[in-house]
Design a protein around this ligand. Structure first.
Ligand SMILES: Cc1cc2nc3c(=O)[nH]c(=O)nc-3n(C[C@H](O)[C@H](O)[C@H](O)COP(=O)(O)O)c2cc1C
Length: 369
């Protein structure tokens, strides 16, 4: 009885920690079910995760990896070893499908993970960073930390300043606004009104975007009238987006990128990338470095190589994404048998006091009955 009580409390702690893991636009598509004292399952809602860029749930699989890694790390704090099975089945309960079953085993020799507790201080920083470098010894430690999650994933760090590379970053950022459906999917997750900002919801608060007054005004106009998106795009949004992408990149310590063996299956590549990048993110934040995913420049080329690109992406952009792999290979010296999956922009945070904590659903709302 006492064991069951203690286990239930531990599982609740693990779920609360897993809830703080990142998800695309903070859509929080997962629920958790406590199956018995030593097992929980993780359920995913396609509907909550539906997004122009989340083709075949590619972004959700990265999130799943991040959720799993958080649970694995935190469980070591209770001397539990964690194993999980990824479930690629159609086991469904209403809108949620079972994606993973996680088992816990008590052991006396479990190694306490140095990242225990760091989930609480992890965040996405979309502001400009200081132009500091990532010291070599920190990068080496980062790689060691990442390898704990998966030895299959390679991690590279660089800040290429070549014209072609900058143009690649700038162009890929445009897809958010160029494809109206992408913009609509993003805008529906931005929270502006007071009730929307409550601490118990999904989505992104306006303050998390660090926009200036003019940019915030533009955003609100587009939220009110999505038909204006193409007009704004051609009237100046395109230029502003490119300038911002360039400015943010130059004011950073560059990108940390995650690559997977080409032979690996789609879902495993993404889950392992999620697990690995979660460790990198936690480690960087805990050591004073800020992180922002650079999804459009990285996940889209990966989707393209896997024939999983949104059908409405036009031929010019398809050709462009096709060349992205070669570009990355050159600039990051990726080996021939690997390909890029995801990238994080990193750097020293300029103004930590500006940090706005992202919201989450209430714990009781994500525990499945
Ligand atoms: C798969 C994935 C893709 C993401 N892509 C971006 C992105 O392109 N740009 C960005 O600013 N944040 C991106 N994020 C970060 C989320 O928006 C962020 O995690 C979420 O809003 C919660 O905020 P938090 O990380 O501060 O807790 C991504 C997160 C995930 C898991």
């Amino acid at each position: 009885m006492l064991f069951f009580f203690l286990m239930k409390n531990m599982l609740k702690h693990l779920i609360a920690a897993a809830q703080r893991a990142p998800s695309g636009d903070n859509c929080q598509p997962f629920k958790f079910k406590i199956e018995n004292e030593t097992t929980m399952s993780i359920w995913h809602s396609d509907q909550m995760a539906m997004h122009f860029f989340n083709v075949c749930n590619s972004a959700s699989y990265i999130s799943l990896g991040m959720v799993l890694e958080t649970i694995i790390i935190e469980a070591t704090g209770f001397n539990f070893e964690t194993h999980y099975d990824f479930i690629n089945s159609t086991e469904k309960d209403q809108e949620f499908a079972c994606w993973a079953r996680v088992h816990f085993t008590k052991k006396s020799d479990v190694k306490f993970d140095p990242l225990v507790g760091t989930y609480y201080g992890r965040w996405t920083s979309r502001m400009k960073y200081e132009n500091a470098q990532l010291p070599k010894e920190m990068y080496d430690e980062l790689v060691l930390q990442c390898k704990i999650a998966s030895t299959d994933i390679s991690i590279y760090h660089a800040k290429p300043t070549d014209k072609d590379f900058i143009s690649y970053l700038k162009t890929s950022e445009l897809y958010l606004w160029k494809y109206s459906q992408a913009a609509r999917d993003f805008l529906k997750m931005v929270r502006i009104s007071d009730s929307n900002k409550s601490e118990t919801r999904n989505g992104i608060k306006l303050a998390e975007l660090h926009l200036n007054l003019f940019e915030a005004f533009l955003l609100k106009m587009m939220m009110r009238c999505p038909l204006l998106i193409p007009f704004f795009y051609h009237a100046g949004l395109k230029k502003v987006t490119q300038l911002l992408a360039q400015k943010n990149y130059f004011n950073s310590a560059g990108l940390v990128i995650f690559c997977t063996p080409r032979s690996e299956i789609f879902e495993t590549s993404l889950i392992n990338t999620g697990r690995t990048s979660m460790r990198a993110w936690l480690y960087l934040n805990a050591n004073g470095y800020a992180v922002q995913p650079n999804t459009l420049a990285s996940l889209m080329p990966f989707q393209f190589e896997n024939n999983k690109i949104p059908t409405s992406v036009d031929i010019t952009d398809r050709n462009f994404l096709g060349t992205a792999a070669d570009l990355m290979k050159t600039y990051f010296k990726i080996s021939n048998n690997e390909h890029l999956v995801w990238a994080l922009r990193i750097g020293k945070s300029k103004d930590k006091n500006n940090y706005v904590r992202s919201s989450r659903f209430k714990l009781e709302d994500v525990i499945k009955k």
